[in-house]
Design a protein around this ligand. Structure first.
Ligand code: 5RP
Length: 230
């Protein structure tokens, strides 16, 4: 199976966890895209689903498939959010934000009774951190915020270069008008301590550590889809 076929297999496995009448959070990225396609298919068959997208790109995809959308203002509590991840460990701690949608992804997941992660097996790691940790930062005071992030990294026992994410030669701007600092840490020591330290910095809008949020992961391997539970 190609990596994309595995992503699709994980996404299709998540369909078994949804049913007509549910309120869903729709993730962002190439794996979540397969899930949104599958939701579109169910809607075409007459399922009653209402969804909150986690990014403008997912919104466009969902709209093109005729999926009924809502907002967290109209629908503040969702049944399930299904989303991809850049990394996950055996405790279902995640790194997310490779696609730059971490803020809305975290708001939507934390407004859901259940978060299901879908991924191919390349995302499962013994220790988080090989994937650079995305930190969404307000552009105002970027350098000063970066210094505080460095201090938070050191305080939590982590270190590594931090780079402003660049796309097409210019800083990548999130759906919320912010920029992303990617922190290449190699391995993250004490993710909980790092998460708390990053969250306390003025100017940091959100970071890509999702801890205690996912309760189920569907990981597609060469031999089928593996279920990991918290
Ligand atoms: C976007 C994300 C994605 O879920 C993550 O980057 C995984 O993406 P993909 O499924 O394309 O590998 O966090 O912000």
């Amino acid at each position: 199976m190609s990596p994309d076929e595995r992503k699709k297999a994980a996404a299709l496995a998540a369909v078994a966890h949804i049913s007509s009448g549910m309120k869903l959070g729709l993730g962002t990225g190439s794996t979540a895209k397969h899930f949104v396609d599958a939701v579109g298919e169910k809607v075409r068959k007459g399922w009653d689903l209402v969804c909150v997208p986690t990014s403008e790109s997912t919104r466009k995809q969902a709209e093109s498939l005729g999926i009924r959308l809502t907002t967290l203002d109209e629908t503040p509590v969702l049944d399930v959010t299904v989303d991809g991840a850049d990394e996950l460990d055996s405790e279902l701690r995640l790194i997310k934000g490779g696609g730059g949608a971490l803020l809305r992804e975290k708001i939507v997941a934390s407004s859901s009774r259940k978060m299901i992660v879908i991924a191919d097996d390349s995302k499962k790691v013994p220790v988080l951190g090989k994937f650079p940790l995305p930190v969404e930062v307000v552009p105002f005071g970027l350098k000063a915020t970066g210094i505080k992030i460095d201090q938070a990294l050191a305080w939590s026992g982590n270190q590594g270069p931090m780079n402003v994410r660049i796309r097409d030669g210019k800083p990548f701007v999130t759906d919320n008008g912010n920029v992303i600092l990617d922190c290449a840490l190699g391995r993250i020591e004490n993710p909980e301590k790092l998460a708390a330290a990053l969250s306390s910095i003025p100017g940091v809008v959100e970071h890509g550590l999702f801890i205690g949020m996912a309760s189920l992961a569907l990981i597609a391997t060469e031999h089928g889809v593996e279920t990991l539970k918290k």
